[in-house]
Design a protein around this ligand. Structure first.
Ligand code: ZN
Length: 235
């Protein structure tokens, strides 16, 4: 088994930091992303932009960065009826979960990633899920990841390891991790090129990056940046 990793890469702050984390550790790093009927295609554009920027700005990492695969899973968007996949206001549901929750999303993603990893002889799958800045998504929990690791390893009859470098890290530490991995260049890359906003807003630039500034993802991103760079004024 080679020292290779497959990174679930969405073009957001967390998965970009995880990609850098993997590039710092493993000889070969591949990426996988998913089209699942997101309301906005901006995520998919950002991920290509981030990959291109890494290739040009980090030559050592570029040599390790392998192929990128985008898997179409439109059925997930069709059946999920969430605010991420249709025009609807973000709100909390009666069960306490935000209506941006796409049921089973990470489970589906990990299953596809495991199938790809199996074919490519990759043992490690890296994902940016996080229980600390817990958005209420049960498929981001540490227990869920451990259960998936066991289920996929058994189901494929091959030892797979799901690595979650951000599981116990808040957004402040995520920025600090990016800085420790790639210095100010990576921080700036993450700030300007990654996307978090649920509304797909790339027209408003803030100190913490682009976004509407009001949705839960923007609020979380801004709060993390302000903790990381308290001297900068939020706009
Ligand atoms: Zn937003």
């Amino acid at each position: 088994m080679s020292e290779a990793a497959l990174v679930l890469f969405s073009g957001g702050q967390d998965s970009t930091t995880c990609l850098a984390w993997a590039l710092d550790r493993y000889e070969r790093v591949e990426t996988i992303g998913f089209n699942y009927g997101q309301r906005h295609s901006i995520e998919m554009e950002c991920r290509q932009d981030v990959l291109a920027a890494i290739r040009t700005q980090f030559p050592n990492w570029a040599a390790r960065l392998g192929s990128d695969l985008v898997v179409d899973v439109p059925t997930l968007g069709t059946i999920s009826e969430t605010s991420l996949t249709r025009e609807a206001e973000f709100r909390m549901q009666a069960d306490g979960l935000p209506n941006s929750f796409v049921p089973g999303r990470n489970l589906v993603f990990l299953t596809f990633a495991a199938a790809v990893a199996y074919r490519r002889d990759i043992k490690r799958i890296v994902t940016g899920v996080c229980e600390t800045d817990y958005s209420g998504y049960p498929d981001c929990r540490d227990d869920t990841m451990k259960a998936m690791q066991v289920a996929l390893s058994l189901g494929l009859e091959r030892r797979l390891v799901i690595e979650t470098p951000l599981m116990w890290v808040d957004k402040l530490r995520t920025w600090e991790l990016a800085e420790s991995l790639g210095g100010p260049t990576l921080v700036e890359l993450v700030r300007t090129r990654t996307h978090s906003c649920y509304l797909g807003d790339r027209s408003h630039e803030h100190d913490w990056g682009y976004g509407c500034g009001a949705c839960p993802a923007c609020e979380l991103r801004r709060a993390g940046w302000m903790a990381y760079r308290p001297q900068t004024k939020a706009r």
